[in-house]
Design a binder for this molecule. Structure first.
Ligand SMILES: [Zn+2]
Ligand SMILES: [Zn+2]
Length: 186
């Protein structure tokens, strides 16, 4: 497409014509009826600079060229939301039990660095939702230490329930790896 800038044709700005009710689009260099332009309260002409078709294409191209960026921004905000919800849950539990809980900032950093799998049986979160209808829990290695980084791990509901304060982290990991992982009991 040859680029012809309607600005430079010596006519009115943007090739805006009241008489013929048309305007030029600097991107596709076409002279189009006013109806081919979106409204703009900021512009003197009351219309967007580029025609609707060009604006649509630009938006589409932006999404295609930045698909990964757009997606990762969306994923990051989802994960941040989950971190917030989980931290609040831990804080409430800690309050009830009179146990310590770390700050949200520490929790968020810890959570961002976690692979979303059960620390005992390696079950991914997506499978936990399918099998148990629940996301992974935040479990404490040592119950008394509370929700502090270094003491918290992600656990599926089955491992969390089985451990139940009676088994150590290492014992539970051994049992889950032996009996829960990927087998018939999974
Ligand atoms: Zn155009
Ligand atoms: Zn598990």
């Amino acid at each position: 497409m040859s680029y012809k800038n309607p600005h430079q044709q010596g006519n009115k700005p943007w090739n805006y014509s009241k008489e013929s009710r048309t305007k030029g689009c600097p991107l596709c260099a076409r002279i189009l009826p006013w109806s081919a332009f979106g409204k703009s309260a900021k512009a003197k002409t009351g219309m967007q600079t580029y025609c609707n078709e060009c604006r649509g294409q630009r938006q589409k191209r932006y999404y295609i060229e930045n698909r990964d960026r757009v997606r990762s921004i969306r994923a990051a905000s989802t994960s941040k939301h989950h971190a917030r919800v989980r931290w609040k849950d831990c804080r409430n539990r800690a309050r009830r039990r009179g146990q310590p809980v770390c700050s949200y900032e520490l929790f968020r950093d810890w959570y961002a660095a976690q692979p979303l799998v059960c620390s005992y049986c390696d079950l991914p979160e997506a499978s936990s939702i399918v099998q148990f209808g629940r996301r992974l829990h935040v479990d404490r290695k040592e119950t008394k230490v509370g929700y502090m980084p270094g003491n918290i791990v992600l656990a599926c509901p089955r491992c969390n329930l089985t451990k139940n304060g009676y088994l150590t982290f290492e014992q539970m990991r051994e049992i889950a790896q032996k009996y829960f992982k990927g087998g018939i009991n999974a």
